[in-house]
Structures are given as structure tokens and as C-alpha cells.
Design a protein around this ligand. Structure first.
Ligand code: SF4
Length: 328
């Protein structure tokens, strides 16, 4: 029996989805005493999900490095000298072999990431064939390929793509400190194309990039006021990579990270909130607090595109200790 089904409404409006969140309201949530914030996030989580279930995705870099964009956090940008070797788009069969391995390790969704500004049409042919192949294995499919035109989004939908990831990264105000080669508006437009094509949206951001709390509020307010909330909201902690402009950024307080997850959970009650990059350097206790704050998805597997992620055994053991099970 689902625990979500018989959860009592301990916090009023815990299941209400709103698209008119103001920054003032989110600021007030961030400022709550921690036990009160956690109580509210838990109430919302339980009204909408089974709090013992965690959705598991695996992410594979199908085309690594040499990206023309200048995202300050990213080791794959051609603008930064990180020693990463650029590679060509993987062969379809090699991608499907990875997808089979992910499925047998317990993943329900397979995400394919390519370091492009936007895909060329011939590259999209290959990606569509990958999506069809992964779908045929019985996995949900997700891709992150950069900016999409409306026709490209429709082609991906026709090939069976379930989710498209395109992050807003941060607040509109902080954005140009992080990326100058595409605008915030470009990102919102790709999200529109994805939504209009009928593909589920995966969209979140990165914290710990030197932004202020006000920027974290701005990012969450933008996400929570989209006409439809992203079905999946990844909250990433910056992974500092030598050679990138953010390599020496100071650490973000772990409690502030948990607060960010909790506010995301409250503002987007029915979205799956994913603990994404940065778990490798995060204590198990912090991760446990994030699950309590309403995170209910993780990436599984030793690598996240090009940066390390906890090994499957470590994750399995942590989930067992916390009594969490994979979401079907
Ligand atoms: S985050 Fe994506 S778009 Fe930005 S540099 Fe990295 S691969 Fe390119």
C-alpha cells in the first residue's frame, strides 16, 4: 500500500499545486526555523509521494567534451582547460549496452547527455535511434542535448523520448556570471519547445556557484512559476573541477543545500526532486536530510557525465540503511 495514499493532511494545502509563488513567499520559507521548514516539506512530500520511494536514473555521456558554450562550472566546455579529451558521438550499440547494464543495476530511466550547443540534424538521427533502442529495453528515456528547435523537439518525441533535461542553472540575475554564450530566454524557449512537443520536462539548477540565497530563491521562483512545473527538478551541488572558472569557489553550507531542496519540494509539490551532481562529496547524513526534505530521485552509477558519483554499492547500502526502495 502506498504511504502517500493514506497520509493525513498534517499541513494544510500540502497537495495544492501553485504557479504564482512570489519571491517573498519563498524567502519566508528559506528563513523558517529548520524544524518547521522540514515539517512543511515532509508534509508536502507525504501528501504527494510515498516518502520511502526513490526514483533511480542513470546518466551516460554519449558525446563528451569540446562544447562551444562557456558554462563556468562545466569541464566539457572548450573554453576551459580541464584536460578532458573531446570524444565523438558514441555508436548506437555501445549506448544500448550501457542502457542494458543500467537496467540490470536497477535504473528505471536512462539519460543520454551530449555536450552540444544544439544538435545538428544528422546527430539527431543517431540520438533518435538511441532513444528508440533504449525505449525498446523497457526503460524510460531522457536526453540532454542543448538548445532545441520546435521541430527537433517533435522528432525526439516521435522517437519515444519521455524526458528532456535543460536546466535554468541559476537565477536570471546571476545567470550571466555563469554563462555568456546563450541567454536565460534561450533556455526558457527550449523548455517551451519541449513542453509543446509533449515531452516531460526535467529542469533545475546548480547551487554553490557563489550565488546568494536571493539567487537560489530567484531560480526556484522561476521554476515554480512555469505554466507547468517540470516533472523532474534536479538540484545539483557544484562539483569543483580544476581548470574551470569555479574551481576555487567556497563550499556552500550543507544545511543551506537541504533548505534549497525543502523549498523546491514545497514550491513544486508533485515534481520529482532529484539529488543530482555533488553527492560524491556530500556526507551520507546530508543526503539523508535531503531525502527527509523531499528529494526523491538520484542518479545511480559511478559517473555523472564526466564527474564522479557514488558507486552503485554505496548507494544501495545507503538506501538499505535508510529503508528506501526504488520507485517502480
Ligand atoms: S553544461 Fe552543457 S552546454 Fe554548458 S559547457 Fe557543459 S556541456 Fe556545454
Amino acid at each position: 500500500m502506498s504511504l502517500a495514499a493514506d497520509a493525513s493532511p498534517v499541513f494544510p494545502h500540502a497537495a495544492t499545486v501553485r504557479h504564482d509563488w512570489t519571491r517573498d513567499e519563498l524567502r519566508a520559507l528559506f528563513a523558517l526555523p529548520f524544524p518547521e521548514l522540514m515539517f512543511r516539506a515532509q508534509s508536502v512530500h507525504r501528501a504527494n509521494f510515498d516518502p520511502t520511494e526513490v526514483q533511480i536514473s542513470t546518466l551516460l555521456s554519449i558525446k563528451t567534451g569540446g562544447c562551444p558554450e562557456d558554462c563556468a562550472y562545466c569541464p566539457q566546455s572548450a573554453h576551459h582547460d580541464t584536460g578532458l579529451r573531446a570524444e565523438k558521438l558514441m555508436e548506437i550499440e555501445a549506448v544500448l549496452a550501457e542502457a542494458r547494464a543500467a537496467k540490470s543495476a536497477g535504473a528505471s530511466r536512462f539519460c543520454m547527455g551530449a555536450a552540444w550547443r544544439s544538435p545538428k540534424d544528422r546527430d539527431l538521427d543517431a540520438v533518435c535511434a538511441m532513444v528508440e533502442g533504449v525505449k525498446a529495453l523497457g526503460l524510460e528515456t531522457c536526453a540532454t542535448l542543448g538548445m532545441l528547435t520546435a521541430p527537433q523537439a517533435l522528432r525526439l518525441k516521435d522517437s519515444g523520448l519521455d524526458y528532456y533535461n535543460h536546466n535554468l542553472d541559476t537565477s536570471p540575475e546571476f545567470y550571466d556570471r555563469i554563462i555568456t554564450t546563450r541567454t536565460y530566454q534561450d533556455r526558457l524557449q527550449t523548455l517551451d519547445h519541449v513542453r509543446e512537443a509533449g515531452i516531460h520536462v526535467c529542469c533545475g539548477g546548480i547551487v554553490g556557484m557563489g550565488e546568494s540565497r536571493e539567487d537560489r530563491i530567484g531560480m526556484l521562483a522561476t521554476l515554480a512559476s512555469l505554466p507547468v512545473h517540470p516533472e523532474s527538478v534536479p538540484i545539483n551541488m557544484l562539483v569543483k573541477v580544476a581548470g574551470t572558472p569555479l574551481a576555487n569557489e567556497g563550499a556552500l553550507d550543507a544545511i543551506e543545500f537541504v533548505r534549497t531542496v525543502a523549498v523546491a519540494r514545497i514550491a513544486m509539490p508533485r515534481s520529482v526532486v532529484r539529488l543530482s551532481a555533488g553527492r560524491e562529496d556530500m556526507s551520507e547524513e546530508t543526503q539523508a536530510l535531503c531525502f527527509l526534505a523531499g528529494a526523491n530521485s538520484i542518479f545511480y552509477g559511478p559517473k555523472l557525465l564526466t564527474t564522479p558519483n557514488p558507486g552503485r554499492d554505496r548507494d544501495r547500502e545507503l538506501m538499505e540503511r535508510l529503508g528506501l526502495t526504488p520507485m517502480a
